[in-house]
Design a protein around this ligand. Structure first.
Ligand SMILES: NC(=O)c1ccc[n+]([C@@H]2O[C@H](COP(=O)([O-])OP(=O)(O)OC[C@H]3O[C@@H](n4cnc5c(N)ncnc54)[C@H](O)[C@@H]3O)[C@@H](O)[C@H]2O)c1
Ligand SMILES: O=C(O)C(=O)C[C@@H](O)[C@H](O)[C@H](O)COP(=O)(O)O
Ligand SMILES: [Zn+2]
Length: 369
């Protein structure tokens, strides 16, 4: 193996798997040892296929490699598009010994993973993430699924991959807006659990925005290490894992309001983390200086600082009511006790939440609400 390749392990007993991170891995890294049978189905989309499908195929020497190419976009993370994966598997007579491969961003990863969790009651799958967001977050941890018009990721399954292969060279073709979206989840790890990483990010954020290769590898490695650690402690989100949802209750409400299209997941999470920091301050959990630090690093990643124009506090309340963390109708949020220390709480002060929602909502004409 090359010197520049870095490896981590997601420690889950019999479901333990490696995360392999490096440059130029697509096309040269042999993944055949991770495939039990002869059949491989690569699931990708119409944007990624022309860029990386041929290199990805080369990672499976000696195997029968078929492909399903999906339309591109969060709005296709739905039942109808998921069914195209099953159509492809059945048309090509893939058996229960097949291995699915997700080649693309988090949308492809979540859908291919869910297809793998349910095809013939479950087959193995491999993650080959090609966006920053999918390399630092969605390819690790086994959450898979699709959206519903009434709520984000509402249908899905936990299904861990056999291996995660991260070729950081794929980020060279990523549009800047997608880089910023990925940085939101990177910053999240600093805010929830790793103050050293947060300090490092404050030094390096400009290099990351500019896609400096060495800085990116370090950020991806540290992000994956943080996620692997949390997932190993609480694979199915019975407690601790919910801290990975910092900013997501607000963020998922934004994505659903925006119809799964105009706002990227990472952008919504960026704004959502600012809102979580704002509410943490209002509830007396952090100081103004800490809120400012959190907001500043998110802004420096070029992420939006307000909710979508026209989204009202009532829209937030209605959409946040269907969040998966809620129990018996009571809202549960991830808030900050300090930078680097997140907590899941149902102690949400309704009037302070209203103040946060009003502070982040803007009318369609751009005025404060
Ligand atoms: N399962 C999890 O734990 C988890 C974690 C975080 C996010 N998610 C989910 O992931 C999704 C967001 O993922 P995403 O940000 O990767 O979005 P995405 O999958 O939509 O990819 C973003 C865009 O980049 C394109 N693209 C992918 N790789 C490229 C490359 N190398 N060069 C150029 N273009 C490329 C895609 O075609 C797409 O247009 C959301 O659905 C979110 O809910 C899941
Ligand atoms: O892996 C997790 O756990 C996360 O919460 C990671 C999030 O970044 C991700 O967006 C996840 O899909 C959200 O999970 P959900 O259970 O709120 O749908
Ligand atoms: Zn997320």
């Amino acid at each position: 193996m090359r010197d520049s390749v870095r490896e981590l392990t997601v420690d889950l007993g019999e479901r333990t798997y490696p995360i392999v991170i490096g440059q130029g891995l697509l096309g040269s890294y042999d993944l055949a040892p991770f495939v039990q049978g002869q059949q491989v189905m690569i699931v990708t989309n119409e944007t990624v296929a022309p860029l990386y499908l041929e290199s990805a195929r080369a990672c499976f020497p000696g195997k029968q490699v078929d492909t399903v190419v999906l339309p591109d976009g969060e709005k296709y993370k739905d039942w109808q598009t998921l069914n195209r994966i099953f159509d492809g598997l059945l048309e090509k007579r893939h058996s229960r010994k097949t291995t699915l491969v997700a080649l693309g961003g988090g949308v492809v990863g979540d859908m291919a993973g869910f297809a793998a969790a349910s095809y013939q009651r479950g087959v193995p799958f491999i993650q080959m993430p090609t966006t920053l967001l999918s390399q630092v977050d969605s390819s690790v941890g086994g959450k898979t699924g699709i959206n519903h018009p009434l709520g984000k990721n509402m249908i899905g399954a936990f299904h861990q991959p056999e291996v995660v292969l991260i070729d950081t060279d794929t980020l060279r073709t990523l549009p800047p807006r997608e880089v910023s979206a990925g940085l939101a989840e990177v910053i999240k790890y600093g805010l929830i659990r790793d103050t050293d990483f947060l300090c490092w990010l404050e030094q390096e954020i400009a290099s990351l925005v500019d896609l400096d290769p060495a800085t990116l590898v370090e950020a991806i490695y540290r992000s994956c290490a943080c996620k692997a650690d949390v997932v190993a402690l609480d694979e199915r989100e019975s407690g601790l894992r919910a801290i990975l949802n910092l900013g997501h209750t607000f963020g998922h409400a934004i994505e659903t309001f925006a119809g799964y299209g105009n706002w990227l997941h990472g952008e919504a999470v960026g704004t959502g983390m600012m809102m979580a920091a704002d509410l943490s301050l209002r509830q007396g959990m952090i100081r103004e200086q800490e809120r400012t630090r959190a907001v500043r690093i998110i802004e420096r990643a070029n992420l939006p600082a307000r909710a979508p124009a026209g989204m009202t506090p009532d829209d937030f309340r209605r959409l946040m009511a269907v969040d998966k963390k809620n129990v018996d109708g009571s809202l549960r949020l991830v808030l900050l006790r300090a930078l680097g220390d997140a907590v899941v709480t149902d102690q949400v002060d309704v009037s302070q939440l209203d103040a946060t929602l009003r502070a982040f909502c803007v009318a369609s004409d751009g005025a404060d609400v």
